[in-house]
Design a protein around this ligand. Structure first.
Ligand code: TRP
Ligand code: SF4
Length: 324
């Protein structure tokens, strides 16, 4: 079985975008791959070092969300990045051979420096973000990495760094890894902008039914449909995109009532909310059950760190033999 590796930064509550963008595919990959999923707390610290106090809670909640969504700790390895010290050890070695220019040219880095104003990213560590990500992937010799498109430059850097390692130390320790891109188109936030916690435009996996109803009621709709008797254009409506992602069985019906001006947007959004509430109900309920037993989560993470640590130690042995 090929190894899959992926990670997520524990920076807050998981939302519908994480579900369609990552977790659904992570769950499916468990059937075909050996999966290693990491709660990337070092990566989170790079952006959130001034607000690190909430990290322990975020880690616990992220683990609960993963388990509630169907990540299975018997089949997959789930662990916290900082529990396996080899990530930093390999990062150090890879840092030595990564040219500064590769990191400075990284488009994700440049974009974030430009766009993120709420956090301080002008640090030594943040420039090296992709080096740690390469270490994550290479420690487990993962052949496949499910990621979003924004992470593609980091995967490209991982390949360049691993090839440079093999070339310099004249040993084929690492193989190339390939991205697994999520097949579904990206889901926008409730207001039509990129879905992000910092815009406050998300429906979270733990949202209560009343909250989902309230949030859905405020969603942007087709701007050309001003009055009930105007025909709508579902393909230009964000609400319809949510139907397609979560309630595909109702797609035809919604298209008909929208284009035929048979139902108003208020009703359409209310029906969406009711569907989303049902969709999320099993996740929400299972999340509550899991969070009630923190000892279980801690145990899952400890077991994950042990299994991950065993693989990481074996790789580091090879790496040290190649380097020293
Ligand atoms: N950088 C990734 C993100 O923000 C998270 C991450 C950390 C990751 N390590 C990884 C993803 C290794 C894939 C592989 O989404
Ligand atoms: Fe969008 Fe539904 Fe209104 Fe059509 S009826 S514009 S799909 S909210």
């Amino acid at each position: 079985m090929k190894t899959v590796f992926s990670g997520m930064r524990p920076t807050g509550k998981l939302h519908l975008g994480h579900l369609v963008g990552a977790l659904d595919s992570w769950v499916r990959l468990q059937d075909t791959h050996r999966c290693v999923y990491s709660i990337a707390d070092w990566h989170a610290l790079m952006g959130e070092y001034e607000h690190s106090a909430g990290m322990a809670v975020n880690i616990l909640e992220m683990a609960a969300d993963w388990l509630a969504c169907g990540i299975d700790p018997k089949r997959s390895i789930i662990f916290v990045q900082s529990d396996v010290p080899q990530h930093l050890e390999l990062q150090m070695i890879l840092s030595c051979l990564t040219p500064l220019g590769w990191l400075e040219r990284n488009p994700t880095y440049k974009e974030q420096l430009r766009e993120v104003t709420t956090r301080d990213l002008q640090t030594y560590a943040f420039l090296g973000y992709p080096v740690l990500q390469a270490a994550d992937i290479l420690l487990y010799k993962a052949g496949a990495v499910p990621i979003g498109e924004d992470q593609l430059p980091h995967l490209e850097l991982t390949r360049e760094i691993s090839r440079r390692f093999n070339f310099i130390y004249k040993k084929d320790v690492f193989e190339d890894c390939a991205a697994i891109l999520t097949p579904v188109p990206r889901l926008m936030g409730l207001d039509g902008r990129k879905m992000s916690k910092s815009y406050g435009n998300t429906i979270n996996l733990c949202d209560a039914p009343e909250e989902i109803l309230r949030k859905a009621a405020g969603m942007m709709t087709d701007p050309r449909r001003q009055r009930l008797k105007d025909a709508g254009h579902p393909d230009d409506c964000n609400v319809f995109a949510y139907y397609k992602a979560f309630l595909p069985a109702r797609e035809t019906e919604v298209r008909a009532w929208c284009e035929g001006a048979a139902k108003g947007c208020t009703d359409c959004k209310k029906i969406l909310a009711e569907g989303l509430i049902e969709y999320l109900r099993p996740i929400r309920e299972s999340r509550v059950r899991i969070l009630a037993d923190k000892g279980y989560i801690t145990e899952v993470l400890r077991d994950g760190a042990m299994r991950a640590g065993a693989i990481a130690a074996a790789t580091m042995k090879e790496v040290r033999q190649a380097v020293f």
